[in-house]
Design a protein. Structure first.
Length: 83
């Protein structure tokens, strides 16, 4: 996903690898993530986690999201299709 120019406006004012956080109990920061279930158990299921990172245009405000481990998430997704 990393680019040097904005895909919307063409600007080169790009902020890369920005954390996307949610605030939890006690106002604690937690990286926003996606989870894909890897097992089909009633309890103690295993998940593949992908933390979201953002790339933000400093001119138009466009935001693109990505994860660092797309291959692992894809493999976990394929497993869910066979569960």
């Amino acid at each position: 996903m990393k680019t040097d120019t904005c895909r919307i406006c063409g600007s080169n004012k790009i902020m890369d690898n920005v954390r996307v956080v949610d605030r939890g109990h006690g106002d604690a920061k937690k990286d926003l993530s996606v989870y894909i279930q890897k097992t089909d158990k009633r309890f103690f299921n295993k998940f593949e986690k992908g933390e979201l990172k953002a790339q933000i245009c400093g001119s138009c405000g466009n935001v693109d999201l990505s994860v660092k481990n797309p291959h692992e998430l894809w493999d976990a997704y394929l497993k869910t299709k066979s569960l």
